[in-house]
Ligand binder design. Structure first.
Ligand code: 13P
Ligand code: ZN
Ligand code: NA
Length: 281
């Protein structure tokens, strides 16, 4: 069924594992992710970025997620990833999304607090949890590009959580969206410092390109949600390309979309295992 992120993130925090949050771009990726979760008995989060919902709409992505979630026995969350305005956050809320991220990380500390608090206050009556970001996760994701990443300051994070009442917090500890040019250097001690002063679930962005060991270490130190996007897009596209390269005369979209879909399903299964949430439902 479709659930809010509150229950599954709390359970992950208590159980010392993380929920895999997977960016979906189309119906096939929604199907792939939920099928993977169902087979592994894992709770799962699906998420769409601001540019993804502008490509279609929150209503269309919600309908896809809801249809799959209703058939699933594991808990499924539909989450707005990197919501870039109060208005978009409200659209997602009205469409039925069960978790919302508002990303004010590129604003000043005070502006980020004000925007986040506004979304938290609006989501509270519907009991929809809100994720925010403090510090800047670098790299490029869709049309969001961050050139100078800034690490999260633990004391600022504590103040941010207290003043906004946010439900989960994305932290910047050296990860970046997209693949990495060199070996990523994570400031995992900073993560532990943040964990010490904050008790809400912490979120790791930019997991594509991280080693399994890095992800597992971050979960040990308090990460409860891990975001995967770029590598799923690549897996899907590679599948489509392989069919079209072999048989350029293919005209039935199902013939190549299903190969993209099965690539994504395999990858999501791997990542669920790395997050340690296999068999948690
Ligand atoms: P990657 O594209 O590096 O997997 O990052 C995903 C992410 O943080 C989505 O918000
Ligand atoms: Zn992200
Ligand atoms: Na990444």
């Amino acid at each position: 069924p479709l659930v809010t992120s509150e229950q599954i993130l709390k359970a992950a925090q208590e159980g010392g594992y993380a929920i895999g949050a997977f960016n979906v771009e189309n119906m096939e990726m929604v199907q792939a992710a939920v099928e993977a979760a169902e087979e592994l008995r894992a709770p799962i989060m699906l998420q769409t970025t601001s540019s993804t919902v502008r490509y279609a709409s929150v209503e269309q992505f919600y309908a896809n997620a809801k249809a799959m979630a209703d058939k699933a026995s594991v808990p499924v969350v539909m989450h707005l990833d990197h919501g870039d305005s109060f208005e978009l956050a409200m659209q997602a809320l009205r469409a039925g999304y069960t978790s919302i991220m508002i990303d004010g990380s590129h604003y000043s500390f005070e502006e980020n607090i004000a925007l986040t608090k506004r979304v938290v206050d609006a989501a509270r009556p519907n009991a929809i949890p809100v994720e925010a970001e403090l510090g800047k996760v670098g790299g490029k994701e869709d049309d969001l590009e961050v050139k100078d990443a800034g690490y999260t300051d633990p004391l600022e994070a504590k103040e941010f959580v207290e003043r906004t009442g946010v439900d989960s917090l994305a932290v910047a500890i050296g990860t970046a969206h997209g693949f990495y040019s060199g070996t990523p250097k994570l400031d995992i001690d900073r993560l532990s410092e943040i964990r010490k002063v904050i008790n809400i679930p912490l979120v790791l962005h930019g997991a594509s390109g991280l080693s399994d060991e890095d992800v597992i270490e971050c979960i040990k130190r308090g990460i409860c949600k891990v975001n995967f996007a770029t590598e799923l897009r690549v897996a899907f596209s590679e599948g489509v390309k392989s069919v079209l390269a072999k048989n350029p005369e293919t005209f039935d979209p199902k013939a190549y979309l299903k190969v993209g879909r099965s690539n994504v399903k395999e990858l999501v299964k791997n990542r669920i295992k790395v997050c340690g949430c296999q068999g948690k439902y």
